[in-house]
Design a protein around this ligand. Structure first.
Ligand code: VG1
Ligand code: CO
Length: 580
């Protein structure tokens, strides 16, 4: 092949958000748009991570992925990359990409130093929906802000990119290596099934025999919904072929470019079919729901865990996994190095860390902040309220890992009653956890696609109010007399304990005397307008009061949050788009 230097001009707005660049497919389809971002990324990396390097290119398989794989491959070749690794049909879950970077060794002994992940995660896909791209580094984790800032600044000055126009498209529907020769030497495209590497890693972490005993036990029933995302490419191999679950326990496990028209976000609103099946929906069916249900998002890094007629909040989930990991999961048998959560995630994990005497960290939203802690051996398990849970086996959150972690806990608690008899259920485990540690009532209100100007004004007002807590408390007293006083208010700022870097403006916090919290953030993953997230949390230590309905328990605080922020006044919205 030959190398073409293509002249180009910058596009506005190519700033990577919480997790890469996410825009409408039609934006990405503009001539040079994707190319500018990819070249800006190559230019932001140290030369030895481009020239002669091995780079993974794959994603959740959403619409435009196949075109993007071919474009990025041609650009990689032109930029002197030695090998590109591609998942069959361009499919590779975000956690599998992380695992492949860290673990896979090519037939010629090569190792990858990074990856372009093609996903907009939980955002819908299809010709009129979202596409996305982000870069992960040699540790398997998202590029840190120092790199994404450089990528963005490159996008504002770019004037040309390199591409091998005459490199033929590679058939990515069959596994195998295709070799080419270019001006600087050979270039290979290696297409493979990443579930092999991923399953190997999962087997080195969990006791598959113990989980299989649970899944094949006559008194245990199971259900997994991939929402037509890339998790489906792993679910059958793992849950059915390896662990003996019945094929009928898989829902929507065929990956589709448009996720079957759905919103591949595993929560009570969008995972409708699973929610119905688990007995949490509106239609009352006579069929007995399964004991355990779970769902994933488009790129399979998120998870929702459900018991029979029971929802586990993600903030509780990570706390419960941390509290039970050492006994239930072989990978953690020698103890946890530490635990971490994102700032808006509830403090349920803090209480576990305190009780078990574990190192604990609170980081800004977005998985990239956990990576440094893990690389430094300071953190084993971490999680976010946004249905993200994971560990230091990779540097991304991991949806299937979370399900295997829960199945491991269930297998451990039930090891003596799998022949028949009464099982310890998901609900039992959660209620027992609350009885021991207290309960953090928690909810999140999302206002999606709000006018950007209005959202900024709302946030600005919440910041300026922080200068007088006595005024804030006067206002709150007028709204509700039954909530405690605000004792501190700030914008969250994080100093990375490993590299000392500082991230400012990471969410507006109002902290109450009884441990309750209100947090306000603008989303960094949307593609149009602004999304306002309101996080509402209240701690209840008294074990006789931990069984309430969470929306009831939180009603006073919700009232305060909406009136204090003047939500309706600024946004014109009388109700949130999604409540989780
Ligand atoms: C959201 C979540 C955040 C998560 C991020 C990426 O970000 O709140 O916790 O890490 O999505 O998840 P934001 O900025 O929209 O609040 V994924 O599964 O979309 O890569
Ligand atoms: Co995701």
């Amino acid at each position: 092949f030959t190398v073409t230097k293509q002249a180009t001009t910058p596009f506005d707005g190519q700033k990577p958000g919480t997790s890469g660049l996410r825009k409408k497919v039609t934006v990405f389809q503009q001539p040079h748009y994707l190319q500018n971002f990819v070249q800006s990324t190559f230019n932001a990396l140290p030369a030895d991570q481009v020239k002669g390097a091995t780079i993974v290119v794959s994603g959740d398989g959403r619409y435009f992925s196949k075109d993007a794989v071919q474009i990025i491959t041609k650009m990689a070749a032109a930029n002197g990359v030695r090998r590109v690794w591609v998942g069959l049909d361009s499919l590779m879950s975000t956690p599998a990409v992380s695992a492949v970077i860290r673990e896979r060794i090519g037939a010629d002994g090569s190792k990858a130093t990074g990856a372009f992940i093609l996903t907009a995660s939980h955002n819908p896909g299809g010709p009129t929906e979202d596409f996305g791209i982000k870069y992960n580094m040699g540790n398997g984790g998202p590029a840190p802000e120092s790199v994404t800032d450089k990528i963005f600044s490159n996008t504002t000055t770019i004037s040309e990119y390199l591409i091998a126009e005459d490199l033929p498209d590679v058939d990515i529907s069959v596994a195998g290596v295709t070799s080419f020769s270019g001006p600087e030497g050979p270039f290979d495209v290696d297409v493979f099934d990443s579930s092999v590497d991923y399953i190997k890693l999962m087997k080195s972490i969990f006791d598959f025999e113990a989980i299989k005993k649970l899944l094949t036990s006559p008194n245990f029933t199971f259900c997994y919904d991939a929402l037509h995302g890339v998790a489906g490419a792993y679910a059958k191999r793992i849950f059915v072929e390896e662990l003996g679950a019945d094929e009928s326990s898989l829902l929507n496990c065929v990956p589709k470019e448009d996720f079957g028209g759905g919103h591949p976000d595993p929560n009570l609103t969008y995972a409708k079919e699973l929610v119905e099946r688990m007995g949490l929906g509106k239609s009352s069916s006579n069929v007995e729901p399964p004991e355990f249900g779970a769902a994933a998002d488009g790129d399979a890094d998120r998870n929702m865990i459900l018991g029979k007629r029971f929802f586990v909040t993600p903030s509780d989930s990570v706390a419960i996994i941390a509290a039970n990991a050492v006994q239930s999961i072989p990978y953690f048998a020698s103890g946890l190095k530490g635990v971490a959560r994102s700032m808006p995630t509830s403090a349920a994990l803090d209480v576990v860390a305190k009780n078990l005497n574990l190192k604990f960290f609170e980081v800004p939203t977005g998985w990239k902040f956990f990576g440094n802690l893990m690389d430094a051996g300071m953190c084993s398990i971490c999680g976010e309220e946004s249905f993200g849970t994971g560990s230091d086996h990779i540097r991304e959150k991991d949806g299937i890992w979370a399900v295997l972690a829960w199945l491991s806990i269930l297998a451990f608690k039930n090891k003596d009653n799998l022949g028949g008899g009464k099982l310890v259920t998901v609900e039992d485990i959660v209620r027992q956890h609350w009885a021991t540690y207290g309960r953090h009532y928690y909810t999140r209100y999302d206002y999606e696609n709000v006018d950007s100007g209005a959202a900024k004004e709302l946030m600005g007002n919440l910041v300026s109010m922080q200068s007088s807590l006595s005024d804030v408390n006067k206002l709150i007293k007028e709204i509700r007399s039954d909530v405690s006083e605000v004792v501190a208010a700030d914008e969250f700022e994080y100093k990375d304990p490993v590299d000392g870097s500082v991230s400012k403006h990471q969410g507006i916090r109002y902290l109450f005397g009884d441990g309750s919290r209100l947090v306000f953030r603008l989303s960094g993953t949307g593609s149009v307008g602004a999304t306002i997230r309101v996080y509402i949390e209240q701690y209840e230590k008294d074990s006789s009061k931990t069984g309430r309905d969470s929306q009831d328990a939180l009603a006073p605080l919700v009232d305060v949050a909406l009136k204090l922020s003047k939500m309706q006044e600024y946004t014109g919205r009388s109700a949130p788009t999604v409540i989780t």
